[in-house]
Design a protein around this ligand. Structure first.
Ligand code: CA
Length: 474
């Protein structure tokens, strides 16, 4: 009977195949199988500065669309509390401590060690081998040397700038080339680049980045793509146009008002990208992820990490727990909140696990495919432990699957129960000696796979001068 059924169905499939047009292009086949990937990164956005995390004074209706259509990770973390190491972790899917990436680099276009080492592959490298077209729009911050340029790191297209931030108004972009800037601050004034070409930009930076992202989505509707949309908003300098400032006349604090305007501009941009996906029929076949690269630097840009303790640069939650949402229509249930701890390193693993025929990355990834945790009723946690280290300060953090967190500040140990107190208030280490010992051992084991920082950071210009004889401004 089974054999008969098989013969019958084989005949049926063959008959059906005769009616299917033979000329299906390769790109269309790929698209039918593999989803597009859009990773949208905000810069220095506070945990409480998006609608989906409860923000009251800055509406983010478009970013919230991603959350509503998919999952909010209420305990979504990044792998470091400042920009550049966090991005190194995100794009490689690996604890960046493994390759000594633990500082914001100095901006030195002549130094090829100042950025993401060539031993590492990015998501764009691996997706590129699987037929994806990849573009970085916005902030790179993984090295200003030509060997570390995004077009050398898997991206087919680039529109943006190489440093860790930028001036938002085009009239402030007075330096012609990336090499004309000495140090990070000056790099903010370099003209934007399209691949290797200098751009004469006329729009407010956030609007320009949104425009380029939308154009890329439009251009790639026939083939799978990876768009890394790395806004520098709402990172300082605090600059916004009247169009966005006018939306926040109700906010009296000028810093918070400008910050709100910058977040609102970004939110508009996210809306334009989502609308373009819808218009081109790609919404259902696109994995969309939104997160911030680190917690808000509250005193610096007027951001709000409530109810978390600490801010950008800290191993407390305010430094490393960020707004984090992911949408994949039909694969991830809508309106989901996922509370177990996850980390930005999971993005690469999740994407890779859901791409047909993907080639393996050169180096082992540290993340986990999150899809099974979002689509089944398993209560298992994606990670037994998550780890952080700040080498220069002697600080560490470890979060367990039960959401106990150990914080090490040099020689002082603290233990918190995040489930009971998200704001890391009561140190319970005296009641949890056994757990503290266990976490100490777990940290020692983990750290064996990590190395010391390989390059000097933004605050170490003096040491750099002594070492290399080169004066680099901050
Ligand atoms: Ca940042």
């Amino acid at each position: 009977m089974r054999k008969l059924l098989f013969m019958f169905s084989t005949a049926f499939v063959l008959a059906l195949a005769a009616f299917i047009p033979k000329k299906v292009s390769k790109s269309v086949e790929l698209k039918a199988q593999n989803p597009n990937v859009i990773v949208i990164v905000a810069d220095d956005l506070g945990y409480n500065d998006v609608g989906f995390n409860g923000c009251q004074d800055i509406p983010t209706p478009h970013i919230d669309r991603i959350a509503k259509a998919g999952v909010v990770f209420s305990s979504g973390h990044v792998s470091f509390g400042v920009c550049s190491p966090s991005r190194a972790g995100l794009l490689t899917g690996r604890y960046q401590y493994r390759f000594g990436y633990e500082r914001n680099p100095l901006y030195v276009t002549a130094d090829s060690t100042m950025g993401l080492p060539l031993t590492e592959e990015t998501m764009a490298d691996v997706l590129g081998r699987s037929g994806y077209n990849s573009m970085l729009v916005g902030k790179w911050h993984l090295g200003a040397h030509k060997a570390l340029h995004p077009l050398k790191r898997g991206f087919n297209e680039f529109f943006g700038f190489l440093g860790g931030g930028h001036q938002y108004f085009p009239e402030n972009l007075t330096l012609q080339n990336p090499e004309d800037a000495n140090g990070e601050g000056e790099s903010y004034r370099t003209k934007l680049n399209r691949n290797y070409t200098v751009v004469e930009e006329t729009e407010y930076l956030t609007d320009a980045l949104s425009r380029e992202a939308v154009a890329f989505v439009e251009r790639n509707k026939q083939k799978p793509f990876f768009l890394y949309l790395a806004y520098n908003a709402p990172h300082a300098p605090l600059q916004a146009t009247e169009k966005y400032l006018n939306r926040f006349e109700n906010i009296k604090n000028p810093k918070r008002r400008t910050y709100a305007a910058m977040v609102s501009a970004m939110d508009d941009g996210v809306g334009r990208v989502l609308d373009k996906l819808k218009e081109t029929g790609q919404m259902d076949n696109t994995i969309i992820i939104f997160l911030s690269d680190n917690g808000g630097p509250v005193s610096d840009n007027g951001s709000n990490n409530a109810p978390l303790r600490g801010q950008k640069g800290s191993v407390f939650e305010g430094g490393i727990r960020v707004p984090f949402a992911m949408q994949w229509t039909g694969k991830i249930p809508a309106n989901l909140t996922y509370d177990k701890p996850i980390i930005a390193l999971d993005i690469f693993s999740t994407v890779l696990a859901n791409i047909q025929g993907a080639t393996k990355p050169k180096n082992p990834l540290d993340g986990t495919d999150l899809l099974p945790y979002l689509t089944t009723k398993t209560n298992k946690a994606p990670h037994d432990f998550l780890f952080w280290r700040m080498y220069d300060r002697g600080n560490y953090a470890i979060i367990t699957k039960e959401e106990k967190k150990m914080v090490v500040l040099k020689d002082s140990l603290y233990l918190y129960d995040l489930k009971k107190e998200i704001n890391e208030k009561t140190n319970i280490i005296d009641n949890e000696k056994t757990l503290a010992d266990e976490l100490g051992k777990a940290r020692t084991t983990w750290e064996k796979g990590m190395i010391a920082p390989t390059f000097l950071g933004l605050t170490q210009a003096e040491e750099y001068k002594k070492l290399k004889g080169v004066t680099v401004k901050n």
